[in-house]
Design a protein around this ligand. Structure first.
Ligand code: 6GU
Length: 224
């Protein structure tokens, strides 16, 4: 899988992409991530990528020309399965979308800033608009890092069997059950008896029950 990211702040990705699972996925050759600095596609002398909005009002708008130049340049090299715009007014990201995107070959992600992009960018190029939650971030970069993390960990070979993505919260529309490790007792708090019983059928049943209980209490919306 190849992921191209268009951003005015490429440095923001250095941390998340250079460690742990995302780093290993790239080192193993399973995923290639390329960052493109939108300013490199601006033709004006100050490398501006934003401008005042028509109709007046506070806040700048990302101009279409540099974005179009960058996307056209990339599209000449390969076909993209999706061109995704990260924006707080996008569709809320859910596991099903990450699952779907993890099966694609080429993804292009555009990170929004300021008041967002000129609407014509969305009309002409964008195939999917994604938000990661009902709160406002300073830009789409951290949201894009979240999206990329959730997608890459699903690419076959990225995770080892013992950290299998199939047992994650949300993969079966349920939150994960509680987990414990040694010691069996800490400050009077004991590990549930059943987990020490060695009875795997009972353990499986307990985990199912707890997953359901936790989901009912915390995310009843997932059960509908
Ligand atoms: Cl994708 N972008 C921004 N700027 N804020 C957000 C978001 C995206 N998702 C939630 N809040």
């Amino acid at each position: 899988m190849r992921i191209d990211i268009i951003t005015i702040l490429p440095k923001l990705f250095e941390g998340p992409f250079s460690d742990s699972i995302l780093k290993r996925a790239q080192d193993k050759g399973l995923v290639e991530i390329y960052l493109h600095n939108l300013r490199d596609y601006s033709t004006d002398k100050h490398k501006n990528v934003d401008d005042y909005q028509y109709g007046g009002g506070a806040g700048m708008v990302m101009r279409i020309e540099p974005i179009a130049a960058c996307i056209e340049h990339l599209k000449k090299e390969r076909d993209y399965d999706e061109i995704i715009y990260m924006t707080p007014d996008g569709v809320l990201l859910e596991q099903g979308v990450s699952n779907l995107l993890s099966t694609q070959q080429n993804l292009l992600i555009l990170c929004g800033h300021y008041k967002g992009v000129d609407e014509r960018v969305r009309d002409l190029y964008i195939t999917r608009e994604i938000s990661i939650g009902s709160y406002v971030l300073s830009g789409g970069e951290l949201a894009a890092a979240v999206l990329v993390d959730s997608v890459i960990r699903l690419v076959p070979g990225v995770l080892s069997d013992e950290t299998s993505a199939l047992t994650d919260s949300f993969q079966d529309q349920l939150l994960a059950p509680p987990v414990y490790t040694r010691p069996p007792e800490f400050q009077g708090k004991c590990v549930p008896e059943v987990l020490l019983s060695g009875d795997f059928k009972q353990i499986e049943q307990w985990r199912e029950d707890m997953a359901l209980k936790r989901t009912k209490e915390r995310r009843p919306d997932l059960l509908k």
